[in-house]
Design a binder for this molecule. Sequence first.
Ligand code: ADP
Ligand code: MG
Ligand code: ZN
Length: 480
Amino acid sequence: MTLYEPVIGLEVHAELLTQSKMFCGCAVVDSTQAEPNTVTCPVCTAMPGVLPVVNRRAVEFAMMAALALHCEIRPQNVFARKNYFYPDLPKGYQISQYELPLAVNGYLDIESAAGRKRVGVRRVHLEEDTGKLYHIAGASLVDYNRSGVPLMEIVSEPDLHSVEDVRLYAEGLRAILRYLGVNNGDMEKGVIRFEANISVRLAGSDRLNTRTEVKNLNSFRALVRAAEYEIARQSALLARGEAVVQQTLGWDEAGGQTVARRGKEEANDYRYFPEPDLPPLAVSRDWVEGIRAQLPELPEAKRQRFEREFGLSSYDADLLTRERAVAEYFEQALAAGGEPKAVANWMLGELFRVMKEQNLTLEQIKIAPAHIGQLAALVADGTLSSTLAKEVFAEMVSGGAPPAAIVQARGLAQISDAGRLREVIHQVIADNPKPVADYLGGKDGVLKFLIGQAMRATRGKANPQLVGELMRAALDARRS
Ligand code: ADP
Ligand code: MG
Ligand code: ZN
């Protein structure tokens, strides 16, 4: 059997979370915030004679993303007209960037099972989104509210060589954009969209074979399934000695297959030319350095710091840093006195379980981060056993009260008073003469049973470690 290696490059479109559109003052809204075609103006509906003005914040957001991806920001970049006709594009062209994009030559590192890999980022550029088409009951309707929303395109090198690489790169990119606050990553709303360029070649070869391009992949699942499907389809073609046809494909989610859309356009089909209504965009060194200075700590750096500073495993550190809100929650919990490993366990175990079960985000859940820290501290200082702590946690979920208040109100505190525990133990010894005799006769295993009886007598509230010590001491005292 011949072995084929996939070669994949991703184009990622992300709407930018600016207040206003790319070239006019209209607000950026989503379909839940405004009726169709109510947030438009002569500029974004392409009335004759209007002039576009570049949104400074959009440029800064794209610069943030580009810098986070280690790109060079070009001091002079140029907007271009990409000409094509489609009903969602009122101007008959899209303002984009072509030969001279905002930023080039970056990379994103991914951590795959096979180790760390560097994926090249060819370019980051700015453009405007199109309107949105709805096909309803035999009619096609268009909403121009999205027309002119700032859109950033991030194009990778064809450096991805497995479906796992594709997923890690796409997830990594989304995490960075969310950390930066330039995109909210909501794939269901289509604010981040993937296109996969896919070819296959003989393993070990370094040539680039004919590729297909799968458009409009709106979830990680669709992205992964489409890539798997294309890799299998193209490998089978090559194995039969047939050629892959260069084309643009769509993904049929229900049928689980790619479907032909149209022949692939070449760049010259778009008749690109520099946008005559906009001067070249000059980006000064000072502007770039000012933006660089504002970048937050990014997921990768945070993960490494969490391992180093808190002694977490790379697995835990990874889970805690994928979302900025989770990482911040963790650090706030630590500030309330929890031990890092204990707080990590509470968050990755109970907290995430409840969020998943009740379909809640971290912002929606009632438990304040400080309360998780306090809960971990109550276990660490012996006030709560781990069993009781879970009961307290359940009540924190439903009521949102601080753990100490719940312990007080329900009298849940663990019994660590040796005097009280000795009384319990003496009663257990008195009530169980046979097991006690067995233990004294050398059956060490019986100790567990006797400890269990003491725990039962306190309805689980006794400090189990202390009960063990006191029980052994009480029994051993009977030997002499
Ligand atoms: P366009 O899609 O506009 O023609 P490019 O030619 O720049 O743009 O390529 C777009 C994407 O296709 C990039 O992500 C690039 O890495 C990827 N790509 C280019 N050639 C191949 C290939 N032979 N196999 C897989 N991906 C490729
Ligand atoms: Mg393309
Ligand atoms: Zn407008």
